[in-house]
Design a binder for this molecule. Structure first.
Ligand code: SF4
Length: 375
């Protein structure tokens, strides 16, 4: 058995660590590229959402590395994610790929089904103690990764040299890939904190604009899907705050709330209640709750990211204008699909950031202006 899995941003670092700790043969798909998407788009139904197309491309590329088993998480509720595993199995079989698909989800609200599938993937050579230790370490790695990503979001608009943040980010990821125990994870995060302090430019004038990014989890976490929205915003001098992180999603979705992750999601449904009191599948309700939270925290603007045709996020986007009006905060919705281009996204981001800058200047007090003038 050689296991593979779909890409979703940096999640591969965590999943690879999990399987390697358990001595399970694993084939990480090559990084997602336009070629990957083209492969998936050829097989997927035209109306399917972007993540499914990318996933299929990942599996085809992983098959060339000898993968024969797919590990994927499952889902429930009114969203296509719950069908992904089965749908992918059938599409791949029809295309001539004989993959076994293991769907990791707690069926009927019990963790027993999940445990059985984990046991199957881990193999008989691993004891439950070793499996639980490996899961714990992988989970801690995902929290460290989230912390690093957050530090990089804050660093991008503050570092004197624009490429410095990207260099730090890629070195930090390498440290995390190589870390094989908790101490290594802590050291990697500490190294990023110290490196940022050393090359941080003194702030001039106002603090950087702060934008909350909300929306569909895959598009938020996967830079290929979002056409590097977070990095593009950072290059425009914006600090990005995400609504959702890998570890919080794993804590809520896979561990059923037994772990909370770096940025717990638990308050979002309560905050969303006046606007969207029901679960609508995916993270639609969390998108609304996170938008309220960012607005209350004084973010300068909010961007909602979603793949074309994503039903939960379409529902969320229909109520975001009310939040925009109630809290007087600009909200932009950015929809992506296989035809989206980086230049188009960049133009929209530039226009949005320009709007936020003008808005901030209008709200400067006389004292603020004098402070800026003095520096
Ligand atoms: S959340 Fe949206 S993009 Fe993700 S599987 Fe569901 S419908 Fe598709």
């Amino acid at each position: 058995m050689k296991v593979t899995f779909p890409h979703m941003g940096n999640a591969w670092i965590v999943i690879q660590a999990l399987f390697e700790t358990l001595n399970v043969d694993v084939a990480v798909p090559p990084p997602t590229s336009k070629g990957t998407l083209n492969l998936g788009t050829k097989l997927a139904p035209e109306s399917s959402c972007l993540p499914l197309k990318i996933n299929l491309g990942n599996y085809i590329e992983a098959a060339a590395k000898g993968a024969d088993t797919i590990a994927i998480t499952g889902g429930i509720g009114p969203c296509r994610f719950g069908y992904y595993g089965e749908l992918e199995r059938q599409i791949l079989r029809d295309a001539g790929y004989s993959y076994e698909v293991v769907i990791l989800e707690p069926p009927d609200g019990s963790l027993w089904g999940l445990a059985k599938r984990i046991r199957y993937l881990a193999g008989r050579h691993n004891s439950w103690t070793k499996i639980l230790k490996a899961i714990r370490f992988a989970y801690r790695k995902s929290v460290a990764l989230d912390r690093v990503e957050d530090l990089i979001h804050a660093a991008r608009p503050r570092l004197a040299e624009p490429l410095a943040a990207e260099k730090l980010y890629s070195k930090a990821k390498q440290h995390l890939i190589e870390a094989s125990e908790d101490k290594g994870l802590e050291e990697a995060v500490f190294w990023v904190q110290q490196s940022i302090k050393e090359c941080q430019a003194p702030l001039r004038g106002e603090k950087p604009l702060r934008v909350g990014v909300v929306g569909e989890i895959y598009t938020i976490l996967d830079p290929f899907s979002s056409l590097d929205v977070e990095q593009q915003l950072g290059n425009l001098g914006v600090e990005v705050n995400r609504s959702i992180y890998l570890s919080s999603w794993v804590g809520q979705h896979v561990f059923q709330g037994l772990a909370q992750g770096y940025h717990p999601l638990r308050d979002y449904p309560r905050l969303a209640k006046p606007y969207l009191p029901h679960f609508v599948g995916g993270h639609g309700q969390e998108t609304v709750g996170a938008a309220v939270q960012f607005a209350r925290e004084g973010a300068d603007g909010i961007i909602q990211l979603l793949p074309l045709g994503c039903m939960p996020e379409i529902v969320a986007s229909s109520v975001l204008p009310r939040i925009q009006a109630d809290y007087r905060i600009p909200i932009m919705t950015l929809t992506v699909d296989e035809h989206s281009g980086r230049a188009g996204v960049q133009t929209r981001l530039e226009a949005f950031v320009d709007l936020l800058e003008r808005r901030r200047i209008r709200t400067l007090t006389r004292e603020d202006v004098l402070n800026v003038a003095r520096e």
